[in-house]
Write a protein that binds this ligand. Structure first.
Ligand SMILES: *Cc1c(COP(=O)(O)O)cnc(C)c1O
Length: 370
């Protein structure tokens, strides 16, 4: 897997525009490898770096600390009660979704003797976390009281359909967010202003007004289309070696379940990649291909754990040792990340985060120079 860090940084600049950024590097930077992605972003946004990095778990935040990032880190998913203390010790900011969580966080602040930061999540329709937008008048004052001993750095919401064509759901969520914010007590005198943020990649690209000075992009950094027909630069390239080429006679069966049988004399190339590397098995029934010498070679039979077979009958010069491209560009041809996701009936996010540690990550670009 080749990761083009220059393209990633170009995507970051484009999705953010003039807004500040909290790059989402959860799930190991969507599978691309958080340490190098973080270094590249920090270098690209030097000297300040991004406003914060966004993660989903305390362990991910701790890993960024261990990697040397001393700036802000926000844990955006709710965390189990037993992990608050660790979060406090690592100096992470939590996304707070309940008064109980706020209480727990302020207890930890007292224990560690520091004003710990938090961002309040306002649920405007996502439903999985956050305080209900319609009741902000009721909980706003309680949050302000409960925040003593803490640093209330911001409020945010998350869009559920910013990547789908109808814009009405996103407009409605934005409106609910603004209405909830208007019900919150103001910052105490002398306290820094709380930031408000909402835009994921799709919202930042499709509704630039909702960048509101601070965006939280993920997929667009990593080369996935954010649903607008607006395709970022490709970042991840998935390759495998041809490890065996065979000429087979008609009626040769292939793979588990023998789901494929050669129609006549064919040439098959075995690639050294399988679902154990994260190449989804569903790519084969979905009509997936590999690029070999600039031509599309269809995947035939079932994808195995370690190997995948493609038909190279029409690529007579394909040879053992060749590099096949499963995602990315080669010799002017291209298989996009989103094409692969569609063929598997899923989204680019799941393809990237499903790539396993067995695949070596190779980093390209000046942004990643070490
Ligand atoms: C993952 C995540 C994002 C980024 O979403 P993309 O669609 O990948 O841009 C933004 N905000 C929150 C809270 C998230 O969990």
């Amino acid at each position: 897997m080749e990761v083009d860090l220059d393209a990633l940084c170009a995507n970051l600049r484009r999705v953010a525009g003039s807004a500040e950024v909290i790059p989402m590097v959860k799930a190991d930077a969507y599978g691309l490898g958080a340490p190098r992605v973080v270094d590249a972003i920090v270098a690209a946004l030097a000297p300040e770096g991004p406003r914060a990095f966004g993660v989903a778990t305390v362990a991910e935040g701790e890993a960024l600390r261990a990697g040397g990032w001393a700036g802000r880190i926000v844990v955006f998913a709710p965390i189990p009660p037993g992990e608050f203390r660790r979060a406090g010790e690592a100096g992470l900011a939590l996304a707070i979704s309940s008064l109980a969580a706020l209480r727990r966080w302020s207890e930890v602040a007292a224990e560690v003797g520091r004003a710990l930061p938090f961002h309040l999540e306002i649920d405007t329709g996502m439903g999985r976390s956050g305080l209900p937008w319609a009741e902000a008048g009721a909980w706003g004052a309680m949050v302000a009281t409960g925040a003593s001993g803490l640093r209330w750095e911001g409020c945010f919401t998350h869009f559920h359909s910013a990547d789908e064509p109808p814009s009405a759901p996103t407009l409605a969520q934005w409106d609910r967010f603004r209405r909830a914010l208007a019900q919150l007590p103001p910052e105490p005198p002398g306290a820094p202003r709380r930031v408000a943020h909402a835009a994921n990649s799709a919202a930042a690209l499709r509704f630039p007004a909702y960048r509101a000075g601070l965006v939280r992009p993920g997929i667009a950094l990593y080369g996935g289309a954010a649903g607008s027909g607006d395709v970022p630069l490709p970042v991840a390239k998935l390759c495998a070696r041809v490890v065996l080429v065979r000429e087979v006679p008609a009626e040769t069966s292939l793979g588990y379940g023998a789901t494929y049988t050669s129609g006549g004399a064919e040439r098959w190339a075995t690639l050294g990649i399988g679902y154990g590397d994260g190449l989804p098995r569903l790519l084969s029934p979905g009509g997936g291909c590999a690029l070999l010498r600039g031509r599309r070679a269809p995947i035939i039979g079932r994808i195995s754990m370690d190997v995948t077979v493609v038909d190279v009958t029409h690529v007579p010069d394909a040879a053992e040792g060749d590099v096949a491209t499963l995602i990315g560009r080669s010799h002017g041809a291209e298989i996009t990340l989103d094409e692969v996701a569609e063929r598997c009936g899923t989204i680019s996010y799941e393809i990237l985060t499903g790539l396993t540690p067995r695949l070596p990550r190779v980093y390209l670009g000046a942004a990643g120079a070490r």
